[in-house]
Design a protein around this ligand. Structure first.
Ligand code: 3H9
Length: 719
């Protein structure tokens, strides 16, 4: 777990060897302790260099070990001993120095970084704090404001920024390890006292309290209800006001409050879930590590609406040539100008040049005959999409992959109109597509493993978190959204207001409440879908009771809002009112209040006080209940995939872990009991009826999320 060798006759070179990121597992800590002891006691050794194998210094503590009891030497005394040693120790940082890895570098007396290295203390993103002295040493080294920013955000910085901040002593374009060895030899004669960061006095700004208060406000606003950043601020305060010996105790106390918290468990679950999600597998045995993706050099996008434009930008900025197609000259010109503007702004922000030379704009599908892949992003209309796919079949060379950016239509029905159903796959982007990280890759029953591998790998190349899902109406994300939205509107009928429901969800941690989110997305989209499915509009049988459709409860309030031309932010009116069309400042609208009151009196509904707890339970348990059904139906392979979709596509708070993990944290038994209770009160709402899988899991003793898969029949998997 660490290699020890003597180089240049007197330098002990300690190489961490724990692939893939040289995490500080108990075995690695043990090996470092032994190697350091050896180096300090060997009279031949005059200096030490610590580096990591395979060009990676260290990715920090081994997060997988957090779930069990602490084994091996604890990190704090180990690091303190390195710093206190009488021989100079140099960190040779290549790749990453993160978390405990960065803390290891901080106890070295000198730090040399390769110019491509990245450093940071991302513990806060895992619900904990840098508890191996990071909160005490970094402020002493670079001052309170800069340390606070890095510790409370978890931001990774480049070697160049680390040099500017005074974190590293030298940045090199050569082999950092070799440079560090030469550096160590020169350091032998120099005194070490000023190089021990824990011995430095923290440079303390005169307005410390005001600064900490301002950062606290910022953090509370940005990460509502999240504990770790607040604990980080307290630890940094200790660095400013206490000697190291006391500050490190405070750091440890704060860590103890966070370490076993539900938030830390959820955030660490998210870390692994995100990495698991890319590992798709099909019942045929084809999976992520045995299916080769095709290389995509050129792509075409059909449709330059909001989605199409975002997809063009996502492709062009990773170096893929894109042909963008529109049906009319005016639409093409508008789309072109917008794409160019977006790419230029994006390039300016990233300090690179805009890749405009990769773009071509055309009105003719004939221009697509040689592209490697097409993504259709036309209006959400099956007949139109089918026409486009038929055309593409005729025009594109037989090997071209045909992808559809639909948010819920049948991908297999589209595959069926082409001459290559095995090369058809869904790529469901989220709006705005160049910003949102999520991509649902929708696998039809005929999509080949190579096609799926290519779509997943293209998503990764575009910087997306890609999740493979099965083909059913709404796939995973939008299928689950329906019961969630339904509960919100039923709660309106029963006495709640949009602001009350949104506040409860935002206090829970959602980026946006359900009504603010709907206003942003546009209310007309769902209205059109409801009209097409015969739930509202002139085709509805007048004998149908107004609050029932297809034998179940139906809330017509969203239709009534749309009938008034209130389509959300874009029209300046929706569930809220806005200063102007396109405005974002949502204010409660008395007209919506009136509409709700009139509606309730018309149907004789006595409004009641609804608690925030009921709002959360009904919305979130209905959401998770559909997630259980999705698992049963084989539309998602694992609960982690569902959670990742909700974290990256629907603003579910990371410290809640996602709807499925949240259910397990609340306790499956409790979720089952509450769903039974609400279903009894609302028997005409099938989404509240507990799913068989939930019942089965409870009957099996509520196993942890990672074990649910063992209880799901995969016979009818759609993946
Ligand atoms: C800490 O240090 C606490 C301290 O303050 C001490 C307190 C006392 N542990 O991301 P990748 C796995 S907290 C265990 O796909 P990349 C990862 O799951 C820690 N496993 O690669 C994956 O496994 P698999 C603070 C880890 O190149 C594989 O390695 N440190 C760890 O895209 C490859 O990972 C952090 O928060 C770990 N620490 O990105 C850094 N790290 O192959 C967390 C990774 O089975 N790590 N794995 O799916 C990262 O941010 C990225 O992994 C990194 C590489 C940037 C390093």
């Amino acid at each position: 777990m660490a290699r020890y060798e003597l180089v240049k006759r007197s330098v002990a070179l300690i190489t961490l060897t724990n692939p893939p990121v040289n995490a500080l597992s108990s075995a690695v800590r043990h090996a470092i302790a032994k190697s350091m002891e050896h180096a300090l006691n060997d009279p031949k050794v005059s200096a030490v260099v610590i580096c990591g194998e395979n060009g990676r210094f260290c990715g920090g503590a081994d997060i997988r070990e957090f779930a069990g009891p602490l084994r091996g030497p604890p990190l704090v005394p180990l690091l303190d001993a390195i710093e206190a040693g009488e021989k100079p120790v140099v960190a040779a940082i290549e790749g990453v120095a993160l978390g405990g890895g960065f803390e290891l570098a901080l106890v070295c007396h000198y730090r040399i970084a390769h110019f491509k290295a990245r450093l940071g203390l991302p513990e806060v993103t895992l619900g904990i704090l840098p508890a191996a002295g990071g909160t005490q040493r970094l402020p002493r080294l670079i001052g309170i404001p800069a340390a606070l920013e890095l510790i409370t955000t978890g931001r990774h910085i480049s070697a160049q920024e680390a040099l500017k901040l005074g974190i590293v002593d030298q940045v090199t374009e050569q082999n950092a390890c070799e440079v560090a060895v030469e550096f160590a030899l020169r350091a032998v004669a120099k005194p070490l006292s000023s190089r021990r960061v824990s011995m430095l006095t923290t440079p303390c700004p005169p307005d410390l309290d005001a600064l900490l208060e301002a950062v606290t406000m910022q953090v509370k606003k940005k990460a509502r209800g999240v504990m770790a950043p607040l604990a980080c601020i307290q630890a940094v305060r200790a660095a400013a006001t206490m000697p190291y010996s006391k500050g490190i105790k405070r750091e440890s106390e704060l860590m103890a409050t966070l370490f076993n918290s539900g938030q830390a468990r959820a955030l660490q679950y998210c870390f692994f879930a995100q990495r698991t999600a890319g590992k798709w597998t099909l019942p045929s045995g084809a999976q992520w590590n045995n299916s080769k993706p095709r290389e995509i050099r050129s792509a075409a996008i059909i449709g330059l609406g909001t989605m199409g434009r975002g997809i063009v930008v996502s492709l062009a900025r990773v170096g893929i040539s894109v042909i963008a197609v529109e049906s009319e000259k005016k639409l093409l010109e508008t789309g072109k100008q917008m794409v160019i503007g977006m790419l230029e702004r994006d390039a300016k922000r990233r300090g690179v040049s805009a890749s405009l030379n990769l773009l071509k704009f055309t009105l003719s599908l004939q221009d697509l005959k040689d592209v490697d892949l097409v993504i259709e992003a036309v209006f959400e209309d099956m007949a139109l999409k089918k026409r486009v796919f038929q055309e593409l079949s005729k025009v594109c060379r037989p090997a071209t992959l045909l992808c559809t950016n639909t948010s819920g239509l049948d991908v297999d029905a589209l595959a069926g109109v082409t001459d290559r159903p095995h090369l058809v796959v869904g790529m469901h982007f989220f709006s705005p597509a160049h910003v949102m990280k999520l991509l649902e890759v929708v696998c039809g029953p005929r999509s080949s493993s190579e096609t799926i591998a290519t779509a997943m790998s293209l998503g990764k190349r575009m910087g997306k978190v890609s999740v493979a899902v099965g083909n059913c109406p709404g796939f995973v994300g939008n299928r689950m959204l329906k019961p969630y939205l339904d509960q919100a509107t039923f709660l309106l009928e029963e006495g709640a207001t949009p602001e009350q429901i949104d506040k409860a969800l935002e206090d829970f941690g959602f980026a946006m409440g359900v009504f603010r989110m709907s206003d942003l997305a546009g209310l007309d989209v769902g209205w059109r879908v409801r009209k097409e499915s015969g739930l509202t509009g002139p085709d509805v049988d007048p004998k149908n009771p107004p609050r029932r459709r297809q034998g179940r409860r139906y809330c017509p309030i969203p239709d009534m809002v749309c009938e008034q031309g209130r389509f959300g932010q874009k029209t300046g009116r929706g569930w809220y009112m806005y200063d102007k069309p396109g405005g974002t400042n949502a204010k409660p609208d008395p007209l919506i209040q009136n509409l709700l009151e009139m509606y309730r009196s018309r149907y004789g509904i006595q409004p009641r006080n609804i608690s925030d707890q009921e709002i959360i339970e009904r919305c979130l348990f209905a959401l998770a209940n559909e997630g259980f059904r999705i698992l049963e139906d084989g539309i998602a392979a694992r609960p982690e995939d569902i959670d990742v979709i909700y974290l990256f596509g629907y603003g579910f708070p990371r410290h809640g872990g996602g709807p499925m993990f949240y259910s397990s944290m609340v306790g499956l038994e409790r979720v089952l009991e509450r769903l039974e209770h609400y279903h009894q009160a609302h028997p005409d709402v099938p989404h509240l009826e507990p799913s068989p899988l939930l019942k089965k899991l409870v009957a099996c003793g509520s196993p942890p999320v990672q074990k649910w898969r063992e209880h799901i029949k995969t016979m009818h998997s759609h993946l």
